[in-house]
Design a protein around this ligand. Sequence first.
Ligand code: 73E
Length: 883
Amino acid sequence: GLGDGKARVERMFGFMDRFLKNDPISLQKDIMDHVEYTVARSRFSFDDFEAYQALAHSVRDRLIERWHDTQLFFKRKDPKRIYFLSLEYLMGRSLSNSVINLGIRDQYADALTQLGFEYEVLAEQEGDAALGNGGLARLSACQMDSMATLDYPAWGYGLRYQYGLFRQVILDGYQHEQPDFWLNFGNPWEIERIHVTYPVKFYGTVHEEDVNGVKTQVWVPGETVEAVAYDNPIPGYGTRNTITLRLWAAKPSDQIDMESYNTGDYINAVVNRQGAESISSVLYPDDRSHQGKELRLKQQYFFVCASLQDVIRRFKDTHDSFDEFPEKIALQLNDTHPSLATAELMRVLIDEENLGWDKAWNIVCKVFSFTTHTVAPEALEKVPVDLMASLLPRHLQIIYDINHNFIEELKKKVGLDYNRLSRLSIVEEGAVKNIRMANLAIVCSHTVDGVSKSHSELLKTRVFKDFCELWPQKFHYKTNGVTQRRWLVVSNPSLSSLISKWLGTEAWIRDMDLLAGLQEHAANTDLHEEWNKVRQVNKMRLAEYIEAMSGVKVSLNAMFDVHVKRIHEYKRQFLNLLGIIYRYDCIKNMDKKDKSKVVPRVCIIGGKAAPGYEIAKKIIKLCHAVAEKINNDPDIGDLLKLVFIPDYNVSVAELVIPGADLSQHIRSTSYCLCMLKAFHLMLLTCLNFRHIILCEFYFFFNLFIIRISIYLSVINTEIWCSTAGHEASGTGCMKFLMNGCLLLATADGSTVEIIEEIGSENMFLFGARVHEVPALRESSPLKVPLQFARVVRMVGDGYFGFQDYFASLCDKVEGGNDFYLLASDFESYLEAQAAADRAFVDQEKWTRMSILSTAGSGRFSSDRTIEEYAETTWGIEPCRCPS
Ligand code: 73E
């Protein structure tokens, strides 16, 4: 044997890299062995998919080696650990990311060439892991990559949904949803840990018992489900560190229901057992509304309960007392979705570890931190008390106790200001009583982070105004970032090589600030030439994909104008479409001479609509209807094309983003105008019904005065406080920016900080700006530009067909209902589009802006975000495994 203890460990480290070699011959042998023994195909007959499987398994072996070493190293060093709790991760594909982070992509490509395969072709065989909806979920994935790369002792926890985000299928221009059977062909990137399981309990009752003279609450649960761990190794770049993303799957508990077996109903007893699996079966496909569904709450609790048992088990392996818990553990809540973890940790510490309330509370307050991604108070997650009482009766008690203590403390501080107390309370009173999950998370966390500078302003003035006033030192922000490994190195290898060549180093892959070094070359004509060549090849790839998906041939001379993200009214894909219709209408009415001056465009739109979101689905249909008309109009030709890219996901993004010239981030920016509109409407109503008002004036003089002053105070608060928009941050824009794509955007969320980095002269900005709000107050917001009215009417009058179907869509922007301000922003949107056209004609200028975009993107690496979290929120340090 290897001997015991330290000597054994030293010898084990001595063996590292002697296990698996990375030269082409060894790689070929490994791949062929996996063809034969893992995939179980004859080495003389296997197809591309089977070759991909074998390849993936050989990469997996290498990941596992490093992963074991890392976990062993962490155990030996016992540093403070960060546990990242998120209900969603959008990992996309793993193969290319892994071989690049392991630093063996070229070796694999060579090995495969010699075997008669092409690396790229095999990589295309992989399906996406889509265990999340959009920005929040992709952010978790980017942050895992950064935590691994920066050597932090980190664990990600999540749910292993059997069905990820639905597949979007377009039939006749309408979105249809199909289940995402992502596990059907096996998943080589996970390791099933059949021995790592924990029971999770639900329902039942709580009663009081006398335990050794102490009154104790005892929960007798009604249902037990087993959580099984699936580990996904996450390799860092330029380091041996490989961390764990542990996802839980629900399985029926082994504590069999003897009663049903004994009554002889064997078949039903077995069938009922399988019901347990439904907890982790499907991801909720809506990233905005929280409907207080039982299954959703079950998922949340299942996930936090299993994760905390795992965290505590690992802690207890090496520690005898809980005193050290806060020095060794940081727990991060990714939005409110895992916020039940706070009450669960209290329950475990009090009921199972017998720590007593004060000690437990002291620990809870020190370990949790919370990141909120929300902009609107009304979008905050709530759980009906009745639901909580039935599913988690003991947790409800604990939440009530936390709230009681909090309110009592508060009364000492702010007195008996009941309005304020009720706004801060974790429990919302009303016809339906609710638990406010954000309030729970804030009260229990030592730090609350927003996701951009402007979001943090919004938290202070709107979303968590009362809490910010109460605990100003608790509130911070960390501007989101994305990982340059996936969004440049994996998805845009030729631009990455070019960057390395001009910077004279690859160090930017671990240190994005170095990209600023490109600035000095921004006017260099040699760089311009190489830059444009790379961008042109990427456009070609995208054009081929577009033709394959939609049959539309597009010209490479055209500006590729891309708008890809979840479909939402506030993201204003409808505004883009109205702009396209306007452009179409203009070209159609031009004479030949003017047509020759038009900058050709390919407008590319992509994104999924939540299955129950009717208006979003109509926007998708409208896109197809408009595309049908424009793309088949001989008067238009290559001057304008419109394509919808179906089933937008991470791997589609990897193809689309590098090929974009221009990208749109055009969400609406201010509520203020809406409120002004409300004010105008109110005045109009007053004028129409002035006789009623007069009556009221005479008979209820006092009441009327009070009412008016209430109206005015509401309006004033809205006007002066709502200086930001509906997007907390936005991360898509950062990916485009890195890839040298110019942004057409509103100045909100993370765009505000992009402007600080690259200057507004290098982007196409439009819409209301924060400092312009007072000026906007003066103008008449009810004015609808003529062109706007005209294009909306074209849709409404059936110019693109489907007149009845689109009626409700037009209603959304006509007749004073325009909540997302499409009409008021239309003119400035068109001006920004015209500015983009002018810049595109000036090739030199465009290329310089493109280089400066990449050069200014350093700040938007998730490495920077994670470093900020590590230093200021989590208090953890790197722990680098020797290599
Ligand atoms: O602005 C984005 C932000 O960039 C925000 O809308 C998004 O999070 C991104 C990352 O910070 C977000 N997603 C959700 N809330 N905000 C959400 C809500 C419920 C379910 C799933 C996702």
